[in-house]
Ligand binder design. Sequence first.
Ligand code: CP3
Length: 345
Amino acid sequence: MTRSPPPSFLAVLGGERRDPPPVWLMRQAGRYLPEYRALRARAPSFIDFCLNPEMAAEVTLQPIRRFGFDAAIIFADILLIPLALGRRVDFVAGEGPQLDPLTMDEVAALDLSQVERILAPVGESLRLTRAGLPDTTALIGFAGSPWTVATYMIEGGGSKDRWNARRLAWAEPERFDALMDILATATARYLVMQAQAGAQALKLFDSWAEGLPEPLFERVIIRPTRAIIDAVRAAGVNAPIIGFPRGAGLMYPRYARETGVDAIALDHSIDPAWADAALPPGLPVQGLLDPAVLRAGGAMMDAEIDRIIKGLQGRPHVFNLGHGINPDVPVAHVERMLARIRGGA
Ligand code: CP3
């Protein structure tokens, strides 16, 4: 009987090295793909798109069919958690997400009772996707981390400097920490559900971890992340967990040591040689390529790919971007990147 090898992505998250490194891209299902835009045009809204298992599974599989990435990330969004807690979430074309700004008076009324029911379609997307994936391709589930999700809830969408979230974290520590606890509970349940539905690895996106003084980083990034990971493990889920505290800078090593993550995703401000020296030995690393250099392509991109691979040759490495792919990236640049990583270019 022949058995196919386990996904190289999971071997690397388990601490092994692979040459060439496995590769996937943050936001790999998205608007740079014509087949994504075609299907997206048929969904009434972005939320409907995320909660339609057939459509979500199809867009998750699109970049795998086209490029043969080593991992698929389920098509969903970090703002499904506020939706599942009873908040209004709309995606307005050209303007990004819009929510009703959450006040501290409303925190106690957030309703945890419907989380699994409202997010059940994501579980169905994972089942459908797993059935359509090659055995050698890993399936990643994900959620936003409490701080990043809270910034969107409090600001009512994206914001330049997360001023209201930062202000309230200092001014109203009790109610703000209660919000972190509610989000951590909802997120842990959501991740457990995703693992039970077939996610083989889990990723926590803390996209706004930048610019926080140490006491806040401890309270709103490290503590809630640790709480989520402890709860997921207590539920018996063993899938490796990747943390992405984007912009954490000098706090990356503490995040890596203190949260319990199994792997860390680094943004493109980080020098691979610094990361290799500063992070716990053997901790798997992914990320680093500047999405703008993928947009630029050419010899400069090749040199960046080589620099990252060389800088991380001493530890388990998954090749990835330092942030999400931009809608204007030409498909040919992704193909060139893959050829460079996998050899033959
Ligand atoms: O392919 C994949 O990577 C999986 C799907 C995925 C999406 N969002 C789909 C999406 C993932 C992993 C996310 C995570 C996410 N969503 C983050 C964390 C990562 C990061 O970028 O920092 C954040 C902050 C969000 C919130 C969000 N969703 C914003 C701010 C926006 C609007 C900005 C934009 O690019 O338009 C979205 C919309 C969104 N989520 C799109 C996609 C493909 C584009 C909208 C569309 O197709 O109409």
